[in-house]
Design a protein around this ligand. Structure first.
Ligand code: GLN
Length: 475
């Protein structure tokens, strides 16, 4: 089977009859079997995907197939798919099945996408390496001694290793972009409010966004178009109907803003720095404008992010009490021990750490010192980001300061792990859209991602500029 990089190629082969949806699904199922050791999937819906494929084949024959006919998609284990298990890679949701579809699931199904399985991730999407899953780590297919990034590590590896054509992830502080960068994919964190969060198991609601992880920019645009747009079930959204992102070639000269503190950061890997310099020089030589700006707040971003997200998480995760759904401790004797034992046995160590941090920063004695202060820092970061983007079309920085790190390298040191989010949390704190582009590899063949960030709801610009970067990096 040939490897497809674009949905449009799948479509033309389906229409010419050179491939069928059933053949495609069989192919991906074989790849999943072959790559079991990567631990990317928690569950594979093989039979069902084959049945759905046969239905879609019939639709193609009758000329009524949707835009995602034959597109095999993996779902991060944080998205509700009716009558299917969803667990956030946690023991606390043991046995839980969703009773409804997430809006994104509904919209993709309406276009005849085929879901092949749910992917491993960090428990409750808390992590940057996929080592926090209750079901074991995911391995990076480029080098199995390395992490795929997190928290959407299983989704990234599913696409990287050809086990699905595309995948959905969620991004609260980098969980789509960082694994996309580590696995050589396109990963979009849409503007906060572009895509409905209905049916997404919440981590930090004012940060979370769902987005696509793909092998091409074209597919990223198509999936984003289909998933975007108003949804009465998510009150925090932009109320516009869905958008139609398209490849455009405006042949414009762009103004790029580069954060000096990021590109001169002491923790920046030398090959990532080298590629960044190369890209900036190329852009300049093609007539684009590069300006450097100072962002003294860089060192405050990760702390502000962790104060606010743990606060929100501690409240969101209070619903997992052992009473309503999921895991209930067999040792519980009364209401109190149902709560305490179910939660202490059901949640993993990182989730517990964050719940404790979150309740601490929200407690009355510390609310002003931590939570309020972090809210103020968030506001300043948002304003500063908006100000920079008034003078520039996009902010350009590497997605991560290093390529994929080794399994176990940071798992004993939570602060080192939190710092892996250094370049990605800004877009979530400010709500902007941001994309990671798979532009380079280091000398060992490990992918290096470059990140673009644009103003709120400027996804079309983000895609246009991404195309320009792809053209330039290819030359
Ligand atoms: N690594 C970050 C965290 O652990 C980001 C996670 C995410 O975006 N879901 O919170």
């Amino acid at each position: 089977m040939k490897s497809y990089f674009r949905i449009s190629d799948i479509r033309s082969d389906l229409e010419s009859g050179s491939v069928s949806c059933v053949e495609l699904v069989r192919h991906y199922l074989a790849k999943i079997e072959e790559n079991k050791h990567l631990n990317a999937f928690l569950e594979v819906w093989g039979e069902e995907a084959l049945e759905k494929a046969a239905e879609v084949d019939a639709k193609i024959a009758s000329g009524h197939a949707g835009r995602l006919a034959g597109v095999v998609i993996a779902l991060k284990d944080v998205l509700a798919f009716k009558d299917h298990k969803v667990s956030s890679s946690s023991k606390i949701l043991k046995g839980f099945e969703s009773t409804y579809n997430a809006t994104v699931v509904e919209r993709l199904l309406a276009e005849d996408a085929i879901f092949i399985g749910r992917t491993n991730c960090d428990e409750f999407a808390m992590g940057a390496s996929n080592e926090n899953s209750a079901f074991g780590p995911v391995l990076n297919a480029a080098d199995t001694s390395r992490v795929p990034g997190g928290s959407s590590g299983g989704s990234a590896v599913a696409v990287q290793a050809g086990m699905a054509h595309a995948a959905l992830g969620s991004d609260t502080g980098g969980s789509i972009r960082q694994p996309a960068a580590f696995c050589g994919l396109f990963g979009l964190k849409p503007t906060y409010g572009l895509i409905s969060r209905w049916g997404l198991l919440a981590y930090a609601s004012s940060f979370d966004q769902i987005g696509p992880m793909c092998k091409s920019l074209e597919d990223t645009m198509l999936l984003t178009s289909i998933m975007s747009g108003a949804d009465g079930n998510d009150a925090s959204m932009d109320q516009q109907p869905n958008r139609h992102y398209q490849a455009a070639n405006p042949e414009k000269k762009y103004r790029f803003a580069v954060m000096r503190q990021a590109v001169e950061h002491p923790g920046l890997d030398s090959q990532v720095a080298e590629k960044t310099r190369f890209l900036l020089e190329k852009l300049q030589s093609q007539g684009h404008e590069i300006t450097y700006f100072d962002f003294e707040l860089l060192d405050y971003m990760v702390p502000a992010y962790y104060v606010l997200t743990t606060a929100e998480a501690s409240s969101n995760l209070s619903r997992y009490s052992g009473l309503l759904y999921g895991y209930r401790s067999g040792d519980a004797k009364d209401l109190e021990t149902t709560f305490t034992l179910s939660r202490s046995q059901g949640f993993g160590p990182e989730v517990k750490r964050r719940i404790m941090l979150g309740t601490f920063v929200l407690s009355s004695d510390y609310y002003d010192a931590y939570y309020q202060k972090a809210q103020k820092v968030r506001r300043i970061i948002k304003d500063k980001t908006a100000e920079v983007l008034k003078q520039a079309d996009a902010i350009l920085i590497p997605t991560t300061s290093t390529p994929a790190f080794k399994l176990g390298e940071k798992s004993k040191d939570p602060v080192a792990m939190y710092l892996a989010d250094l370049f990605t949390v800004q877009a979530n704190l400010a709500g902007n859209c941001a994309i990671s582009l798979p532009l380079f590899e280091n000398r060992d063949g490990l992918p290096i991602g470059m990140q673009l960030m644009c103003s709120h709801f400027q996804e079309q610009n983000l895609f246009d500029i991404s195309q320009e970067l792809l053209n330039i990096a290819k030359e």
